[in-house]
Design a protein around this ligand. Structure first.
Ligand SMILES: NC(=O)C1=CN([C@@H]2O[C@H](COP(=O)(O)OP(=O)(O)OC[C@H]3O[C@@H](n4cnc5c(N)ncnc54)[C@H](OP(=O)(O)O)[C@@H]3O)[C@@H](O)[C@H]2O)C=CC1
Ligand SMILES: O=C1CO[C@H](CO)[C@@H](O)[C@@H]1O
Length: 320
């Protein structure tokens, strides 16, 4: 099965579900990206920070050279990391991602967060720089300046679309009031525990899509630590809905995230689950079932960026 496509505000189309790749490193990043592309996925989410752009790119290039897909069939998303926010670093960082991916353009380049970290140069490169108190060492680069440098990447043809990730409504407004090229998406955590109804409505009114990360509420986190948000796929009512539709609980959750009007990017390195996770476009939850799925909302985050709360651009201080 493949995902339908959603039109972006710049005319390009994004497949309505993608493969997440955080923690799918090296051979896994390669093997499961390739498997996903062979099984209907056309949208892959990676990031410079994940250190797997090379593995993901290897899978994409093999699929193209084996003539299974063409480059234009695949929508590849990667992200500018927080150490590269200074405007003079943005083009270099993008070119590094392109080199890692071994591609000549990126479909969608996102600013990973509005928060900049200290840049310590290339040798050695430090992705999570710490100060003497062992806290993250921030930079105070204005994300608007970073965004304007990203706009130039579109002019250069290095990226087709740009967007943001982990931005709140005020930060989105500030970008919209000052940008030349609108962001096409805001990639944020969105799942049953944090269903983002207000941010979805806010972005929709401005023709910005929401891409939903951690759409399954990170079941592997809850398994290890019961203080983490509980994934709805463990709930007996969701299991019962799965039985009704002949779907797994994970498919019910992903269908809910899709029916909220967002683009889920579930991560999996399990062949059966990779196939299942995209097989959600042949059934529909009723309004009553959507209400049930909404009842799991508590607002608790799986990815709270707790080490960034002291930064002036910390994004989760306001309601949405
Ligand atoms: N922009 C940002 O700041 C962020 C972006 N992301 C992106 O979003 C992607 C997805 O989010 P992520 O945090 O990985 O969390 P997810 O909610 O996608 O959860 C991934 C976990 O769920 C398991 N899983 C996958 N499918 C199923 C299923 N059908 N039923 C039960 N368990 C399942 C996986 O195990 P298994 O592999 O064994 O199937 C894995 O352990 C990331 O990989 C990344 O690409 C994530 C966080 C932050
Ligand atoms: O993309 C990401 C994956 O998850 C990490 C946390 O576990 C985040 O820090 C990062 O933004």
């Amino acid at each position: 099965m493949s995902a339908p496509k959603i039109k972006l505000n710049n005319g390009y189309e994004i497949p309505a579900l993608g493969l997440g790749t955080y923690l799918s490193k090296e051979f896994d990043g390669y093997k499961f990206t390739k498997f996903a592309l062979e099984n209907g996925y056309r949208h892959i989410d990676t990031a410079y920070f994940y250190e797997n752009e090379d593995s993901v790119g290897k899978a994409i290039n093999e699929i193209i050279s084996e003539r299974k897909l063409k480059r234009e069939d695949i929508f590849i998303v990667t992200k500018l990391w927080n150490i590269h926010h200074a405007p003079e670093l943005v083009e270099m960082a993008c070119r590094k991602s392109l080199k890692n991916l071994n591609l000549d353009y990126i479909d969608l380049y996102l600013m990973h967060t509005p928060i900049g970290y200290e840049y310590r140069g290339e040798d050695p490169e430090v992705l999570l720089p710490k100060n003497s108190e062992d806290e993250l060492s921030f930079s105070d680069v204005d994300y608007l300046d970073t965004y304007k440098a990203m706009e130039k990447l579109v002019d250069l043809g290095l990226v087709r679309s740009i967007g943001v990730s982990n931005f709140n409504s005020e930060q989105i407004t500030r970008i919209l009031e000052n940008c030349r090229i609108k962001p096409v998406t805001n990639q944020v955590e969105c799942n049953t525990t944090l269903n983002q109804k207000k941010l979805i409505e806010f972005c929709k009114a401005r023709d910005i899509t929401i891409t939903s990360y951690s759409p399954l509420t990170r079941p592997h986190y809850y398994e290890k630590d019961k203080s983490m948000p509980k994934p709805a796929l463990l709930d007996e009512r969701v299991i019962a809905l799965g039985e009704k539709y002949g779907k797994t609980p994970g498919q019910i959750v992903l269908r809910f995230i899709y029916q909220l009007g967002t683009i889920p990017i579930p991560k999996s390195t399990n062949e059966q689950r990779i196939k299942d996770n995209i097989n959600i476009f042949d059934f529909e939850l009723t309004p009553e079932e959507m209400t049930l799925m909404e009842s799991f909302h508590t607002g608790q985050r799986s990815v709270p960026f707790a080490s960034c709360t002291k930064h002036k651009y910390f994004m989760f201080n306001i309601e949405f």
